[in-house]
Write a protein that binds this ligand. Structure first.
Ligand code: PMP
Length: 422
């Protein structure tokens, strides 16, 4: 029953029940952790064949000895393979080291200090970035660290609220870009609609500064089911809008092969690539091409990569099912929280009633359950509504995910009913 429809006696009874359930939880002495959005060992095991796969053959298709220096933008065959993940031509790709986060940091640093066209940090106005919220904390940390002011805008079910984005880039000075996770967004799990992509691609034309769309497609191929919503092609919208120079797309195999030893890549216009390669040339003589060749040998082609992702989905789907079925069974229709059921990615994003996220997380922590700290999904760690909780079910065993969710719903019930009793 919806919590707002309970009369005083029913509410008191529900609260007493929640208190007693919570005491039972405390007595269990649990020690569980749903904070880590990282792949499980079972998922990493899917890629163990990478080890030794070259079997002494260190030569790329063009004869390059991958053990040696050079090739700052990566191997052609790696470009061809990962271009299909981002749906772009291979000659608009650059293949880097193991972390797309490094590439993102470098792109922002480059744009800030040197600029694809004009550096952001010239002039009087502090550079600003649009941050759809809730979002990915490490995007926000890059901005904070590099002195870029973050301006939040709401995330809707089909991507960022573009009405707000369009208004902000015209109203504010020096809005330099926007963070996007377009498919199975971190953490809401939403997929940007075609209409959102079209408006996003046109956004740089409304902005007063040299505007960059940081298009982090970290979960491009991370669907849980075969009929999960596809993502449109931002590049085609950008070509139509004349904004290809204003978009940098990112991806990596961190959640495909090994999170600590995968391959990261980016795609942007050829002129941007030339400028960025020059910047990279002061930092490295070339990336780890051995690992790039290993990945090509392992997947062979895009269909090999997609078949591999099906095996990830087999491991991830039961974990998501445990989260979603418990939320639905215990909290569905109660008005104690909202969530969307993602069809891919790594997270379920739960919204408590306003002002209760910290309380829920504290109750869980006291019962031995670690949840991502409240506010982590917002710039400066500040969730003004104190309502968002990011649930990351990939790493623990299914039994632990289930035990954590059983406990989580008790904490939500207790925090909600306590707040109503005040
Ligand atoms: N982008 C997003 C949206 C992520 O969720 C993550 C991992 N949590 C990353 C990037 C990190 O990617 P990488 O390992 O390639 O640095």
């Amino acid at each position: 029953m919806h919590v707002d429809q309970l009369d005083a006696a029913q509410r008191a009874q529900a609260l007493a029940q929640a208190e007693s359930d919570y005491h039972a939880l405390l007595a269990q002495g649990l020690s569980l952790d749903l904070t880590r959005g990282k792949p499980s060992a079972e998922q990493a095991n899917l890629s163990n064949a990478l080890d030794g796969i070259l079997d002494g053959n260190y030569f790329a298709q063009d004869g390059t000895d991958v053990r040696n220096y050079g090739g700052i933008d990566g191997l052609p065959e790696a470009k061809a393979l990962f271009a299909q993940v981002l749906q772009v031509p291979a000659d608009e790709m650059l293949i880097g080291g193991n972390a797309s986060l490094t590439l993102m940091y470098q792109v922002i640093d480059f744009a800030l200090r040197f600029g694809f066209h004009k550096a952001w940090n010239t002039g009087d106005s502090t550079p600003k970035f649009l941050c759809p919220v809730p979002g990915y904390d490490r995007h926000f940390s890059i901005c904070e660290y590099l002195g870029i002011e973050m301006v939040t805008l709401p995330m809707l079910d089909d991507g960022p609220d573009m009405d707000v984005a369009e208004a902000l880039v015209q109203e504010l000075d020096n809005v330099c870009g926007i963070w996007c996770v377009p498919r199975f967004s971190n953490p809401t799990g939403c997929v940007y609609s075609e209409a959102t992509l079209a408006r996003l691609a046109a956004l740089p034309k409304l902005a007063k500064s040299d505007f960059l769309i940081m298009y982090d497609n970290a979960y491009a191929v991370h669907a849980l089911t075969a009929d999960a919503p596809a993502l449109g092609n931002i590049r085609e919208h950008a070509i139509a809008a004349g904004t290809l120079d204003n978009i940098v797309q990112f991806g990596s195999t961190s959640k495909i092969t090994f999170a600590g030893a995968g391959v990261a890549f980016l795609s942007t216009s050829k002129s941007n690539l030339a400028a960025f390669k020059k910047y990279l040339g002061f930092q490295t003589i070339g990336p780890d091409k051995v690992n790039q060749l290993r990945h090509v040998a392992f997947f062979k082609d895009h269909s090999g990569l997609m078949a591999h992702m099906d095996r990830h989905a087999d491991i991830m789907k039961p974990r998501f099912d445990a989260v979603l079925s418990t939320l639905e069974a215990q909290l569905g229709g109660t008005g104690m929280g909202t969530w969307i059921s993602p069809e891919g990615g790594y997270f379920v994003s739960f919204e408590t009633r306003p002002g209760l996220a910290k309380a829920v997380i504290q109750l869980a922590s006291d019962a031995g359950i670690k949840l991502t700290p409240a506010g982590a999904t917002f710039p400066y760690g500040n969730d003004p509504q104190d309502s968002n909780i990011r649930i990351a079910p990939s790493f623990p065993s299914i039994a632990d995910v289930q035990a954590t969710m059983d406990a989580f719903v008790v904490c939500v019930r207790l925090a909600t009913l306590r707040s109503l009793a005040k």
